[in-house]
Design a protein around this ligand. Structure first.
Ligand code: BG6
Length: 506
């Protein structure tokens, strides 16, 4: 793989959790694989007073806790490339300090004048920082290239996303803006494209003629942990659906791109989002189900309810579970329902897509148990990354008993290599100037256009219930009624924790 040009990565919000947990440990992964530029540095920026040494000590802890530290020499050499500058981020004048530090770093490490600015601050600063950088000519590409990575959330609703795009585009070109969605950096999400477009057997079936419905699930067993303050203003729809799960839907539903360049792929994703059938006000109550986890007991231990979590309003109506039925109105998918489900404090951590094929038009083997002749293709995004095909086989012996069997591919069988973390992949892509796996402004807006009416209805229409579900179960039972069709339910890769103990089935 190519090594990027020399550069400095400037991280705003460097004293925060993301830098310590993800960004620095994943940069260190890249360093170990020799994928960082020959001359490279990180300049951490935030309000907290710290010097370079304090920052390095904190980042060393991060690597040791959340990453994989190796020998001390490699680690020390990497830590020597980390620098820190405290500034008052909302004061334009203070940005001259960044200029000075970048010059000093260049003199010390010969890093040059290519810069990536990573915004990992509270979102209210997203319009401010790029504007102040521009005021100090740090967007000017005459001496080197300049790129901006913007963390999620990109906007709070359609209006704020439009405003943010508009504000960024005043001083920066779309090609310079990288809107990160870490789901796109996941190996298995990218593999959806390879599965679909490098095999002749799937694509002919990948449409309304053969697909009955599609299910996309991202379930988490953890609760909101210490992020109650953030989550209260977000909820599951903004936190997971508007970005991560719609991006997965984009990969599943897109038309084959004409080539593998960034714009061809992103054009196709955009078209999927533009084809999402807007949900009518009166349909929201039935097609968008929301829930909130309640206290429960699991194996004798108390699990807290969402309203008891730190930073959460005891009367909160924020959803920790969302299940939606939607349609992609185009020739390929006309009439095929897509079901999206996500939630916190569900029985297990699993993200997967299930393509449910239509059953055979006539069924010969009517006596068989456990088989409805409808094949399923399960794309496991995480954990146990892989692909599972379920189909019917004759049980050996008299008669024609058919049983559903599994053809199961595990990524771990393909290679002993550790599956790279999404952040490592995305940071490296940005260094190389490849924006394929980043969201484009128009697609983010199209996704918000679909989601915003649901958010508005949930906020304003108090007739729309928010269902409680005991922590450790698969969300409110009413979500089951979304999936229509005889014998169809959500796929439950693992039964409820609360009643049944941990029991997984494939
Ligand atoms: C983040 C959300 O974007 O994605 C979190 O803010 C969520 O609430 C996380 O836990 C899930 O990511 P992953 O990679 O663990 O599926």
């Amino acid at each position: 793989m190519k090594r990027p040009d020399n550069l400095v990565l400037v991280i705003f919000g460097a004293s925060g959790d993301l830098t310590k947990r993800k960004l620095i440990p994943e940069l260190y992964e890249l360093e170990k694989q020799n994928l960082l530029p020959e001359h490279f540095a990180v300049l951490g920026i935030s309000r907290t007073k710290m010097n370079d040494e304090d920052f390095r000590t904190k980042m060393e802890e991060g690597i040791k806790t959340f990453g994989e530290a190796t020998d001390e020499t490699t680690l020390k050499a990497f830590l020597g490339k980390l620098f820190y500058q405290s500034i008052e981020i909302s004061s334009q004048m203070e940005y001259s300090k960044i200029h000075e530090r970048l010059q000093q770093i260049h003199e010390q490490l010969n890093t040059g004048f290519n810069f990536i600015f990573y915004l990992s601050t509270p979102p209210n600063l997203y319009p401010v920082i790029p504007q102040f950088l521009a005021a100090h000519h740090l967007n000017d590409q005459t001496k080197g290239w300049r790129r901006l990575i913007v963390e999620k959330p990109f906007g709070y609703d359609l209006k704020s996303a439009l405003e943010l795009n508009k504000s960024l585009l005043k001083d920066w070109h779309e090609d310079q803006i990288y809107r990160i969605d870490h789901y796109l950096g996941k190996e298995t999400v990218q593999n959806v494209l390879v599965t679909r477009f490098s095999n002749g057997i799937f694509e002919p079936l990948w449409n309304r003629n053969y697909v009955h419905h599609v299910e996309i699930t991202a379930s988490e067993s953890i609760g909101v942990e210490m992020r109650g303050g953030y989550y209260e203003g977000s909820g599951a729809l903004r936190d997971m659906v508007q970005n991560h799960l719609l991006q997965v839907l984009g990969m599943i539903a897109m038309e084959p791109p004409t080539s593998f360049d960034s714009n061809s792929i992103r054009n196709e994703t955009l078209k999927v989002f533009q084809s999402l059938r807007p949900m009518k006000q009166g349909d929201i109550v039935n097609n968008a189900i929301r829930g909130q986890y309640m206290a429960s007991k699991f194996r004798g231990e108390k699990m807290f309810g969402y309203r008891e979590e730190v930073g959460v309003d005891p009367n909160s109506r924020t959803e920790t579970f969302a299940a939606i039925k939607l349609f992609v109105d185009n020739w390929r998918w006309g009439g095929v329902p897509f079901y999206i489900r996500t939630g916190k404090r569900l029985p297990t951590r699993v993200s997967e897509v299930v393509i449910h094929f239509k059953p055979t038009p006539h069924y010969l083997f009517s006596t068989s148990k456990n088989n409805n002749s409808a094949n399923q293709l399960v794309i496991r995004i995480q954990p146990d990354e892989g692909i599972l095909l379920k189909f019917g086989m004759k049980v050996p012996g008299q008669g024609f008993d058919v049983q559903t069997v599994n053809m199961d591919f595990h990524y771990s069988d393909l290679s002993n290599e550790k599956i790279p973390d999404a952040y490592a992949r995305l940071l490296h892509d940005c260094m190389l100037g490849d924006s394929t796996l980043y969201s484009r402004g128009d697609a983010v807006e199209a996704a918000w256009k679909f989601i915003s009416p649901i958010l508005d209805a949930w906020k304003n229409d108090h007739e729309i219930p928010i269902y409680g579900y005991p922590a450790g179960t698969w969300g409110p039972e009413v979500a089951d009624s979304l999936i229509e069709g005889e014998g169809y339910t959500w796929r439950y890769p693992c039964k409820n924790l609360v009643d049944d103990g941990l029991y997984c089935e494939l």
